[in-house]
Design a protein around this ligand. Structure first.
Ligand code: CA
Length: 537
């Protein structure tokens, strides 16, 4: 790995010290350097302490993560009515919370989800592609967010889509969650080969159909507690073209009950709710079929997802838990274009499977009544890896693993401090308006690019193939390595159409210095590859 590093070819490699030495807080060898902003941190700590004083406990966390919903699908990100799928609940959350325009996932599902769980980039936790059809995951040696929060007495639940591996050591009930209700894999794995429209050659061939049925991957919606793994131990219901329609409704009911039950508990909680929607193929439940203006299955299900989130929000509101619950709504990657028109929307270049902005920039809304300023919008960089250290810091968990590199940074200051510029809804200093210095984009085991401030510099990307694919998308493209690198200014050029590296040479030493720091971390903490293949998710 790491043969494709951004040394740009134009400017010689830099060890980092010459350009950025002293500008960034290198506070621990195994931790990602950060923009400190001490005044933000102090403000955040004071807010958290005041809340704990009032409630007598640590905050709850709700992660509501959609599947394959693009940056542009919600109304508050320019979609909604434009897409024929209004999203009033997500829009309200953004209007009363913090809307992130630069929230970054990984190019596909499982790498993103494992990054949330571990605070580490895929090249460190090793899940580079989604484990499919019973493939093991890679969480067995990882320390997860729920495991850490349990040290602080949290109740933990994982609901819905997991997709970090089906081996006993990687399933949620054995990686820190007190209970799991959902499926281990990804939607299409349960339905595609049962659908006569997509797979008549399997549906109508008893031999092949039976062969798929015999394949060793779990085909069920399951309910499991820690230690339970074998089929007789776990409650389950087979997923087929009928039962798939109601999965999200069942999971919503489970999560709503959990929220209501926890209102009277002394325990703080983590609820990780991963929806089935809107991954292909979408089969809306009967009461949402045709509910969207667009009338397409993706859009009907997006309307359903918005409605489900609204139910969970109301449950928090009605039980008086909004003031003590940090909510994140996001999606795990950009649009899957190979399944068009059952797919989402991004205004950016590229799609799921790529490291272009379209593949990894996702909608991000944080909400916390009384704690996060309402109506704020920020382009501050936020990476999924930041969730683990940020939530742990809020929960008072200080002992993060020392024997491995943590890519996430503590973003408490960015999220909670009052940093809206006078008379505006945005932060005063956009280029450095979070605690994160850079976002590192990896294309499987190749370093692809880096974003710093408005700039994104690539050495390796995916080019789409237009001739030999049914629908052009990120998984059907090919990898290209640029001779001199390409540099885009994302404010001037969100679609990354105009590389102008040659006119911005002065920025390249900065970009390459930060990338050199990142590269250096792999000397002591080498990369790890657990799952790698040509997969979906
Ligand atoms: Ca996904």
């Amino acid at each position: 790995m790491a043969e494709h590093w951004i040394d740009s070819g134009i400017i010689p490699p830099d060890d980092g010290e010459r350009v950025i030495g002293g500008m960034i807080d290198n506070y621990a060898e195994n931790r990602e350097p950060r923009m400190l902003h001490p005044e933000w941190l102090q403000a955040a700590e004071e807010k958290l302490a005041a809340l704990e004083e009032k409630t007598g406990r640590k905050p709850n966390f709700l992660i509501f993560i959609l599947d394959d919903v693009g940056w542009g699908d919600f109304g508050c990100f320019g979609g909604g009515h434009l897409r024929g799928a209004p999203t009033p609940n997500f829009d309200r959350l953004a209007a009363e919370g913090l809307r992130l325009t630069s929230c970054y996932s990984q190019p596909s599902c499982s790498p993103s989800r494992a990054t949330i769980m571990t605070g580490r980039l895929p090249i460190r936790h090793g899940i580079l592609t989604p484990p499919m059809y019973g493939q093991p995951g890679g969480l067995q040696d990882e320390v997860t967010l729920p495991e850490l929060l349990k040290q602080a007495g949290y109740a933990t639940r994982a609901v819905g889509k997991w997709h970090c591996g089906e081996n006993a050591e990687s399933v949620p009930q054995n990686k820190g969650f007190d209970e799991f209700y959902g499926f281990y894999g990804v939607s299409d794995m349960y339905t595609e080969w049962r659908d006569n429209y997509f797979y008549p050659e399997i549906v109508n061939d008893p031999f092949i159909f039976q062969a798929v049925m015999k394949m060793q991957f779990n085909k069920h919606n399951i309910l499991a507690k820690p230690g339970q793994f074998d089929v007789p131990e776990i409650e389950q219901e087979e997923i087929d073209l009928d039962t798939v329609k109601d999965l999200d409704e069942k999971w919503a009911a489970y999560s709503e009950k959990f929220i209501r039950d926890m209102a009277d508990s002394d325990q703080p909680w983590l609820l990780y709710h991963g929806t089935r929607g809107c991954h292909f193929d979408n089969y809306p439940p009967d009461n949402f079929k045709g509910k969207s203006r667009a009338k397409y299955p993706f859009h009907d299900v997006l309307v359903e997802m918005d409605d489900i989130f609204g139910r969970l929000f109301r449950a928090l509101e009605e039980t008086g838990q909004l003031e003590n619950t940090l909510i994140l709504v996001t999606s795990d990657n950009g649009p899957e274009m190979e399944s068009w028109p059952d797919s989402s929307y991004t205004p950016f270049r590229g799609s799921k499977g790529t490291t272009w902005e379209g593949g990894i920039r996702v909608p991000g809304i944080f909400y916390w009544k009384g704690m996060i300023e309402g109506g704020r919008v920020s382009d501050g960089l936020f990476d999924f890896s930041d969730l683990m250290p940020t939530f742990c810091a809020m929960a008072g968990v200080e002992d993060l693993p020392q024997d491995r590199y943590i890519d996430g940074v503590d973003q408490r200051g960015f999220l909670l401090a009052s940093i809206v510029a006078e008379g505006t809804y945005w932060a005063a200093d956009p280029a450095w308006s979070s605690n994160r210095v850079a976002v590192y984009a990896w294309l499987l085991d190749k370093f692809s690019g880096i974003r710093v401030g408005p700039y994104k510099l690539y050495s390796v990307t995916t080019e789409m193939d237009y001739r030999d694919t049914v629908n052009t998308g990120g998984f059907s493209g090919h990898t290209v390595e640029y001779t001199y690198g390409k540099l885009f200014n994302l404010f001037l050029d969100p679609k990354e159409d105009h590389s102008f590296a040659i006119r911005k040479l002065v920025t390249l030493p900065i970009m390459s210095a930060i990338s050199a720091q990142h590269r250096k971390t792999f000397e002591k903490y080498p990369p790890r590859i657990q799952v790698k293949g040509a997969q979906s998710g």
